[in-house]
Design a protein around this ligand. Structure first.
Ligand code: SF4
Length: 156
């Protein structure tokens, strides 16, 4: 049986850690976690970035290609942020593993936390974020706040 609790994108539970200096507090996620053990993480803040900051996106490939060194993470000013984000993601991953996370609920569309869709080469398309990729690679299942809401809404 799986131990541990849930990992959640910190912005979904009210932390103002987004690129725009805001949070993305999600009432469904907050409700779901109310009586559950969870750990809120923001891989971009763990990379040492500030909030607000220039937004980043995947360039030239998806999260797997970034991890293999054949695609990059760049910010809106064109600066290469690949190495620092990889460091932040691995810091977050180590915390998730130490927490013995059973599942993660992450923010859709983020280049770090996206689950089904991410911004890549200037467009929103199918793909996962870098943190999601590494959690899955370590056997931790991930769903988005949208998926959580849809499932709960569908319950009779
Ligand atoms: S990296 Fe993840 S937790 Fe941090 S602001 Fe972006 S979506 Fe939220």
């Amino acid at each position: 049986m799986k131990k541990g609790g849930y990992i959640v994108s910190a912005c979904l539970v009210g932390r103002r850690c987004r690129y725009d200096g805001e949070d993305k507090s999600h009432s469904g996620v907050v409700r779901f976690l109310r009586r559950r053990k969870y750990l809120a993480l923001c891989p971009e803040m763990l990379a040492g970035w500030k909030s607000p900051r220039p937004a980043v996106e995947l360039r030239g490939g998806g999260a797997a290609q970034v991890s293999e060194g054949v695609a990059r993470i760049k910010d809106a000013r064109g600066r290469d942020r690949t190495e620092t984000l990889i460091r932040g993601v691995h810091r977050a991953l180590r915390r998730a593993v130490a927490f013995e996370a059973r599942e993660a609920i992450l923010k859709e569309k983020s280049p770090s936390c996206g689950v089904e869709r991410v911004y890549r080469d200037g467009r929103l398309g199918r793909g996962e974020g870098l943190f999601t990729y590494w959690l899955r690679k370590n056997g931790i299942s991930v769903r988005s706040e949208e998926e959580l809401s849809a499932k709960r809404a569908a319950k009779p």
